[in-house]
Every structure is written in structure tokens, then in C-alpha cells.
Design a protein around this ligand. Structure first.
Ligand code: SPQ
Length: 431
């Protein structure tokens, strides 16, 4: 347990423009792909969050030279086939994306490696990745037959599989596709509900040929990636906190430029629109590998909604902050089909419901989501982040509308995805 933060925002109002830091999912992948490709890859707009720094650290241990200057990153790689066998354990910190995608990448090398992360990573399921990788021939050992870290990987020759995803997960899909890079044959991944597609887009950006049709991704093994430049847009999952804040804090207007609005990530925009939020979306770039937009949100009269089915993977990380939004909407909001929340940095159904109840919200947990009756005035309390960045930020945004101060235990975890979060809150309050 670390830093406790006491937040006392009386009569808050948010005004101004903020720059949302780089997308976490794309930043991770830029380092992974830049390390796989031989030569020099440059990245701009990189997220300096702890999770992405863990990814950089892992690749440095594999002999990849990586320089970070502000949000610009230069990757000088000997290419995946020339990586060094790591002498130390690869430490993935709090990052599920690093752990699961690295598992796929390392499986197809000739190297022996061991990966581990923090206490939260030690509880997150890895069989969802190690099982399909083993079908490809991967040699992975770990606690409970490869379910939990530490994981030991003996790289080996892989063969392609045709895999139907049992859960909607971009991490599982990406791990299989990345293993498919060095597999013999064509790897096929079938999704019932489409999850974020940054891996498919970036494979193409690095010169690979990938087919995507009706939720089926096909990718021929043995392709060499070509080093390139990656421009990382602002992270919609981070923007989500200020989209909600702008909608629920009185007298507010918040503008965010250069936010990634890839359809497989932007479910929160649809939810805000369905709830009647005063939101404008001005598309800036829809030609590049990742589309971007300027988002402007103003204080809104909100009505309840139902969130279920195939939108869930497109907003899975935004559900904690959407739950707070729903406490301020007229009527009953239902969130279902979101059982994946239970295997994130913490059980996000239990954490969200417990913490919002402490503030006086009328919210109950269900097996696969939550039910929220609104609107309710929220009051102060002592909250726990459970070491989960998204729960920490949801709690801090709640403080902007609570009638008395909110104290949050362990806000250091916010640095995992949004190290400048409190600076941006301050900037909007002072504008
Ligand atoms: O990397 P990590 O710890 O798994 O991060 C989270 C988050 O809230 O930042 C989930 F806890 O985001 C995942 C997301 O939930 C990032 C991700 C990706 O980059 O591929 C995919 C999603 O996970 P999943 O399990 O649905 O594939």
C-alpha cells in the first residue's frame, strides 16, 4: 500500500483543453513490433506509463536497444531471430498486456526465458493464452499447469492453428497472432465478438499481410516485419475519465484533441450518445492506421441505458467510469455480459460496486455486471483503489461531484496508464 490522496473539490467546474497521453495498447505494441522487426523503428506520442515501461524493460533484456526521449522512442533491433537469451527474469509489473503478448512472442523464438509480474499479475489467468499456444507446440511451464506466473518459456518451432476464441480478448487473439509470426502455416483466429484490433492494424503497418473478414483473422507465418514509424494517438480509455467528468460536473466544457477513436475501442462514445450526453466528435484523421478525433464534452442531462452484448469488448476498460456516470443518470442502467471484469487488475465488478456504495450510490452487483439506479448525490468516504489504476481514477473523478471530501488509498497505481492524471484534473479546474 502506498500514497493516500485526500480530494476536496468544492463547487468544481472543469474548463479547457487537455492532451490525453498515448494509447497504452498501441504503445505496448509499438515496442513489441519495433523489437521484432530488424532495424530502426521510431515512435511518437508513446505513453510513459509504468506498464509500457515494463514492456521496454523486457525487450532491453532481450538485447534490443531502446532510447526514450520524452514521448519519442527509438528502437534499434537486431531482429527477433537475433535476440539474446535473457540472463534475468523478465519483469512485467502490473501489465497483463505485456505478460500475455510476450508469451506469444517468446514461444516462437529459440530462447529460454522466465516471466513474472507483481501480485496482481500473479492472480490473473494465463491458461487462456498458454493453452492455445500449446496447441501450436509452445513449451510453457507455470504454476497450476501454466495458469499463473512465474512462467517459463522454452522457445520452439510452432505450427499454425485455427482457433475459435472462447472469450472476447484482444490479448489472447494478439498472443496467438504474434506466435503465428514464426509458425508454419496460416494462423486463423475466430472471434464471436470483435475485440480491439490494434495488433492486426500494426502487423499491416509493419508490412505484413493480414486478412480480416467477419471476425476471422488469417495470418501466414514466416513473414518478416519491416521497421517503420508509429504515431500513437491519445488513449480513449484515459479520455473516458474526462468525458465522464465533463458530463457530470456542473458548468463544464472539456476538449481533448488527437484521441484514438478506433471503432473496436470507442464503445464509450456510443454509450454517452445513448445517454443523451452533450458530446461532439470531430474526426481528424480516418486515413491512418488508427483514426483520431477531437472530443468535446459539456455538462449534460443524462438518462439511463442498457449496455450488453458485442459492445462490451469495445468498452470493457471504461466500465468502472461508466458506472459512475450512470449514478448521475435518470433511471436504471444495466450492464451485463461483462464477467471479464472479474479477471482484470482486480475484480472490477466487486471493486466498483463496493466503492460506489460507500459514496451513497444505489448500485448492486450481478454475476456478469451491475445495476445502477440514478440519479444519486454522492458524499465523501475513504475509498480503496485495490491497486487498480482504473478504480483509482474513477474514485478521483467521483470526488469532483461529492458533497464532502474523498480519501483514496493507493493512488500510485494510476501511473500504470495515466501518470499525469492529477495534473490534468488541476489544469481543468484552474482554466
Ligand atoms: O494490460 P492490462 O493490465 O490487462 O490492462 C487492461 C487495462 O485496464 O488497462 C485490463 F486490465 O487493459 C487490457 C484490456 O482490458 C488491454 C488490452 C490490450 O491491450 O490488448 C486488452 C484488454 O484485455 P483483454 O483481456 O480483454 O484482452
Amino acid at each position: 500500500m502506498s500514497s493516500t490522496t485526500n480530494l476536496d473539490y468544492k463547487n468544481a467546474s472543469l474548463k479547457g483543453t487537455i492532451t490525453i497521453p498515448g494509447d497504452k495498447s498501441i504503445s505496448h505494441r509499438s515496442v513489441m513490433f519495433g523489437s521484432i522487426a530488424q532495424g530502426k523503428t521510431t515512435v511518437s506520442g508513446f505513453l510513459l506509463g509504468e506498464d509500457c515501461l515494463s514492456t521496454i524493460d523486457c525487450f532491453r533484456r532481450l538485447g534490443v536497444e531502446i532510447h526514450v526521449e520524452g514521448t519519442n522512442v527509438t528502437i534499434l533491433s537486431p531482429g527477433m531471430d537475433n535476440w539474446e537469451e535473457p540472463k534475468e527474469i523478465l519483469y512485467t509489473g502490473n501489465s497483463g498486456t505485456t505478460t500475455r503478448l510476450m508469451l506469444g512472442i517468446l514461444s516462437g523464438t529459440t530462447l529460454h526465458s522466465v516471466m513474472t509480474g507483481d501480485a496482481s499479475i500473479g492472480k490473473r489467468p494465463m491458461r487462456r493464452v498458454s493453452d492455445p499456444l500449446r496447441l501450436m507446440g509452445a513449451k510453457i511451464a507455470g504454476r497450476e499447469n501454466g495458469q499463473y506466473t512465474p512462467l517459463a518459456i522454452q522457445g520452439t518451432k510452432l505450427k499454425a492453428i485455427d482457433y475459435t476464441m472462447p472469450v472476447a480478448s484482444a490479448q489472447v487473439k494478439s498472443a496467438i497472432l504474434l506466435a503465428g509470426l514464426r509458425a508454419e502455416g496460416t494462423t486463423v483466429v475466430r472471434e464471436k465478438e470483435v475485440s480491439r484490433d490494434h495488433t492486426e492494424r500494426m502487423l499491416q503497418q509493419f508490412g505484413a499481410s493480414v486478412e480480416v473478414e467477419n471476425g476471422v483473422v488469417s495470418f501466414k507465418g514466416g513473414q518478416q516485419l519491416q521497421a517503420t514509424h508509429v504515431n500513437v494517438p491519445g488513449d480513449i480509455s484515459s479520455a473516458a475519465f474526462f468525458l465522464v467528468a465533463g458530463a457530470i460536473v456542473p458548468n463544464s466544457e472539456v476538449m481533448m484533441k488527437n484521441v484514438g477513436v478506433n471503432k473496436t475501442r470507442a464503445g464509450i462514445v456510443e454509450v454517452l450518445e445513448n445517454m443523451g450526453a452533450d458530446l461532439s466528435v470531430e474526426v481528424e484523421d480516418d486515413k491512418g492506421f488508427e483514426p483520431t478525433a477531437t472530443l468535446t464534452i459539456r455538462t449534460s442531462d443524462l438518462k439511463a441505458t442498457t449496455i450488453e452484448g458485442n459492445i462490451i469488448p469495445r468498452l470493457i476498460d471504461e466500465i468502472p467510469i461508466i458506472a459512475l456516470l450512470a449514478t448521475q443518470a435518470e433511471g436504471t442502467t444495466i450492464i451485463r455480459d461483462a464477467e471479464e471484469l472479474k479477471v482484470k487488475e482486480t475484480d472490477r465488478i466487486t471493486a466498483v460496486v463496493t466503492e460506489l456504495q460507500k459514496l451513497g450510490a444505489n448500485i448492486e452487483a450481478t454475476d456478469d455486471g451491475m445495476i445502477i439506479h440514478g440519479p444519486t448525490k454522492l458524499h465523501g468516504a475513504n475509498l480503496n483503489s485495490y491497486g487498480d489504476h482504473r478504480i483509482g481514477m474513477m474514485s478521483a473523478i467521483a470526488a469532483l461531484i461529492s458533497t464532502s471530501p474523498i480519501e483514496i488509498d493507493d493512488t500510485d497505481c494510476i501511473a500504470v496508464s495515466y501518470p499525469t492524471f492529477f495534473d490534468d484534473v488541476k489544469q481543468l479546474l484552474n482554466s
